[in-house]
Design a protein around this ligand. Structure first.
Ligand code: CTP
Ligand code: MG
Length: 181
């Protein structure tokens, strides 16, 4: 695959995993998942992980995957890359894995004494990718194997932190997010 095709494919397959975090920022608020409970004197997850944000994030990612399936023929001819089609399992696994990864990262942040909103370089930028990929590999191993080839995985690992920092920086500038990470 050319570098162009690799990058376009990586962005296409990851879009349903990228959108949930940003959608959660827009929808956040309401009851925290941990119900305010603590463990070892610290919040289990913190006020930044809510039911509303999580559900909205997963629905948004699912909707994006469904929309990409509709756009599939048009995108292939416009971009000139043979892009994959999202099966139902991937439509669920990519956004649900992204939200779960973000939640697990908050769990780790609280255990290591970081308050809500504190930065944890690399964990903040890659938590959601790792779990989204892992859940997709479990729910649809054949589709995962066909599409997440080594070059695509490498492109994802390099480009995701940059994209994540850029979108969060924009959300911060727009006043949607309290911190730029
Ligand atoms: N959000 C949410 N539910 C989620 C994820 C995010 O409601 N599952 C919303 C919250 O309003 C959160 C905002 O999106 O404050 C930004 O998300 P994030 O940066 O992940 O949370 P932080 O507030 O920084 O908290 P943490 O330190 O736990 O990451
Ligand atoms: Mg944060």
């Amino acid at each position: 695959m050319s570098l162009y095709a690799t990058v376009v494919t990586a962005m296409w397959v990851m879009l349903p995993a990228y959108v949930p975090n940003n959608a959660a920022v827009l929808a956040g608020g309401g009851a925290p998942i941990d119900g305010g409970r603590t463990w070892g004197g610290r919040r289990i997850l913190g006020d930044g992980k809510t039911y509303r944000g999580t559900v909205f994030g997963i629905l948004a990612g699912f909707a994006v995957a469904a929309a990409l399936d509709v756009l599939h023929p048009a995108a292939i001819s416009a971009l000139g890359v043979s892009l994959p089609w999202f099966p139902f399992e991937a439509m669920i696994a990519l956004p649900a894995g992204a939200m779960l990864g973000d939640i697990l990262a908050s769990f780790v942040k609280r255990r290591t004494g970081r308050e809500r909103g504190a930065s944890f370089p690399l964990l903040d930028q890659l938590d959601f990718v790792v779990v989204a990929l892992a859940l997709t590999a479990v729910l649809d191993p054949a589709w995962f194997g066909d599409n997440f080839t080594l070059d695509v995985l490498l492109a994802i690992l390099v480009l995701t932190p940059l994209l994540h920092l850029a979108t969060n920086g924009i959300a911060y500038q727009l006043g949607l997010k309290d911190e730029p990470w």
